[in-house]
Design a binder for this molecule. Structure first.
Ligand SMILES: *[C@@H]1O[C@H](CO)[C@@H](O)[C@H](O)[C@H]1NC(C)=O
Ligand SMILES: *[C@@H]1O[C@H](CO)[C@@H](O)[C@H](O)[C@H]1NC(C)=O
Ligand SMILES: *[C@@H]1O[C@H](CO)[C@@H](O)[C@H](O)[C@H]1NC(C)=O
Ligand SMILES: *[C@@H]1O[C@H](CO)[C@@H](O)[C@H](O)[C@H]1NC(C)=O
Length: 451
C-alpha cells in the first residue's frame, strides 16, 4: 500500500512537473473581459527541438533560442472574450515546418482581454517596449536585426510597427495580418504600422469595412477579394460570432495556407479591385512570377523588386475560394462576336474533364460589352484547375427577366490558363448562345494561324 501511494504521489509529481515545463497560452474567462485585465506579457519559445512544448523565456533566460537563426514573433490582437487565438498552434507548426527558426509567441492576453477595445489598444505601446527589451538582449547575444521577423495580427500589427520604429526600421520584416482599423484609421505614421518600420513589410487586408485598416501600410498590401467581404463568411448577424470575426481572421488563414504545400496564391499588382476583375492587371511577364508576387510567407522573395518602386508601396489584388487552401485558378475567356448590335451581359462558364470533375465561373461582377468583331477578354476564376478539359459549357444572360430573349453569336471563343500559359489553348468557332440556355460543346485546339 505504501509503495502504491508513493508511486501515485510520484506520478502526480511528474505530472505537475511537465505541466510547468510546457507553459500554455493564457486562458481567461469572459468574466475577466468584463472586469478588464492588467498587462502581463509572456513569451513562449518553440523551436524544432521543442516544437510542441513551449519554453517560457524572458530577457534574462533565452532558453533554446539560438540567436544565429531567424526569430519570428507572433503577436496577437484584441481578445474580447479572453480565449486563446485558435490559430496559434497551426501558425507555430507551419513556421517550423518551412524553416529551422525560433518562433516566439507573444502572449499579452492579460491586457488584450477586455470588452473595451480602447483599453486593449492603449496597451500596444507597452507591449512594444517589453519586446524591445527582449530583442535588445538578443542583440547583446550577437543576434542580427536582419533575422528578426514579426507577424502581427490586428492590434499586433501596430505593436510590430511600434517595435520597428524603435529600431529605426532596421528589423528584417513585419507581416501585418489585417492590421486593426478602429482608432488607427487616419492616424499619422508614428501612431500606427508604416512602410518605414522594417526592411520589408507585407500586409493582408481582409476586413477593411469593419475591423481592419483600409489604406496601404506596407511595401506590399494584399487585398483578397477586394479586402471587404470574404467568401464563405456569414453576410448577416445570423452567423453569430463568425459574422464579426470571420473576415478579419481570414487574413491569418490565408497566410497559414502559404505555409502548406497545396497551392500558391498569386496576387496581381493593380490600382483597383475593379481593374483586376476586368482582367487589366493579370499579365505578369515571363516567367510569370517576375512581377506578380505570391501571398504569405514567401512574399519577401519580391522584396527587392517592391522596394525599388517609388514610392515603395504596391497594392495587389486577387480572389480566393471559400475554404482552404483558398486558391483559385485564373483563365482568360476571349470572345469575338458578330451580332449586328452591341450586346451586354454576363457569361457563366463551366469546365468538365474526362474524369467528370466540373468547375464553374460566373463572370457577372459587371456586364461585358460585346461589339461586332471586337475581342472581349473576360477573367474567369475557377476553384479547380482541370488539366484536360473535355467539355465546356457557356451561358449568356442579360440579367433581364422580362423582354425579348437575345442571342449571342460567337465567332470564336478561346480559353487560356494564366497559371499555365504553356498549356494548349482551347477554342470553339461559330456558336450561337440563346439567352439563359446552357450550351455544352467539346473544345478543339485553337488553330495556330488564327490569333
Ligand atoms: C525569466 O525566466 C526564468 C526561467 O523561466 C525565471 O526563473 C526568471 O524568474 C524570469 N525572470 C523574469 C525577470 O521574469
Ligand atoms: C545555432 O545554430 C547554428 C546554425 O544556424 C548551429 O551551427 C549551432 O550549432 C546552433 N547552436 C546550438 C547551441 O544549437
Ligand atoms: C488611452 O490613453 C490615453 C492617453 O495615453 C488616455 O487619454 C485615454 O483616456 C486612454 N483610454 C483608455 C480607454 O484607457
Ligand atoms: C491539401 O488540401 C487538402 C484539402 O483541400 C487537405 O485535406 C490536405 O491536407 C492538404 N495537404 C497539405 C499537404 O496541406
Amino acid at each position: 500500500m505504501l509503495r502504491l501511494s508513493f508511486f501515485i504521489s510520484l506520478m502526480c509529481l511528474v505530472r505537475s512537473d511537465t505541466d510547468e515545463e510546457c507553459p500554455s497560452f493564457t486562458k481567461l474567462s469572459f468574466h475577466s473581459a468584463v472586469v478588464g485585465t492588467g498587462l502581463n506579457v509572456k513569451l513562449m519559445l518553440y523551436t524544432r527541438r521543442n516544437p510542441t512544448c513551449a519554453q517560457a523565456i524572458n530577457s534574462t533566460a533565452l532558453g533554446n533560442l539560438n540567436v544565429t537563426k531567424k526569430t519570428t514573433f507572433i503577436v496577437h490582437g484584441f481578445r474580447p472574450t479572453g480565449s486563446p487565438p485558435v490559430w496559434i498552434g497551426d501558425l507555430v507548426e507551419g513556421l517550423l515546418s518551412v524553416e529551422d527558426m525560433n518562433v516566439v509567441v507573444v502572449d499579452w492576453n492579460r491586457g488584450a482581454t477586455t470588452v473595451i477595445y480602447n483599453h486593449a489598444s492603449n496597451k500596444t505601446r507597452k507591449v512594444a517596449i517589453v519586446l524591445k527589451e527582449f530583442i535588445d538582449q538578443m542583440l547583446a547575444g550577437e543576434a542580427s536585426l536582419d533575422d528578426i521577423y514579426m507577424i502581427g495580427v490586428s492590434l499586433g500589427a501596430h505593436i510590430a510597427g511600434f517595435v520597428g520604429k524603435m529600431y529605426d526600421g532596421q528589423l528584417g520584416r513585419i507581416t501585418g495580418l489585417d492590421p486593426a482599423g478602429p482608432l488607427f484609421n487616419g492616424k499619422p505614421p508614428e501612431d500606427r504600422l508604416d512602410p518605414g518600420d522594417a526592411q520589408f513589410i507585407d500586409v493582408i487586408h481582409s476586413d477593411i469595412d469593419a475591423l481592419g485598416y483600409k489604406e496601404p501600410l506596407g511595401n506590399i498590401d494584399f487585398y483578397p477579394n477586394g479586402g471587404l467581404d470574404q467568401p464563405g463568411c456569414p453576410q448577416t448577424i445570423l452567423g453569430g460570432m463568425q459574422y464579426f470575426k470571420c473576415d478579419h481572421q481570414r487574413s491569418v488563414y490565408l497566410y497559414l495556407s502559404s505555409l502548406r504545400e497545396n497551392c500558391t496564391i498569386t496576387a496581381y499588382p493593380c490600382d483597383s479591385y475593379r481593374d483586376y476583375r476586368n482582367g487589366k492587371c493579370v499579365s505578369c511577364g515571363t516567367p510569370q512570377t517576375q512581377s506578380c508576387p505570391i501571398l504569405g510567407y514567401y512574399a519577401d522573395n519580391w522584396k527587392d523588386y517592391l522596394r525599388e518602386k517609388d514610392p515603395p508601396m504596391t497594392k495587389a489584388f486577387f480572389d480566393t475560394a471559400e475554404e482552404k487552401p483558398f486558391c483559385i485558378y485564373h483563365y482568360f475567356v476571349d470572345i469575338i462576336t458578330w451580332n449586328k448590335n452591341i450586346r451586354r451581359g454576363s457569361i457563366t462558364i463551366k469546365l468538365r474533364d474526362k474524369a467528370g470533375s466540373t468547375t464553374e465561373s460566373k463572370i457577372n461582377h459587371e456586364p461585358a460589352t460585346f461589339q461586332k468583331y471586337h475581342q472581349v477578354s473576360l477573367l474567369a476564376r475557377f476553384n479547380q484547375d482541370l488539366d484536360k478539359v473535355a467539355a465546356i459549357s457557356l451561358e449568356f444572360s442579360t440579367g433581364s427577366v422580362i423582354g425579348p430573349k437575345y442571342k449571342l453569336r460567337i465567332l470564336r471563343m478561346k480559353l487560356r490558363s494564366l497559371a499555365h500559359p504553356e498549356r494548349p489553348q482551347l477554342c470553339r468557332y461559330d456558336l450561337v448562345l440563346m439567352e439563359n440556355v446552357e450550351t455544352v460543346f467539346q473544345p478543339i485546339l485553337c488553330s495556330k494561324l488564327q490569333m
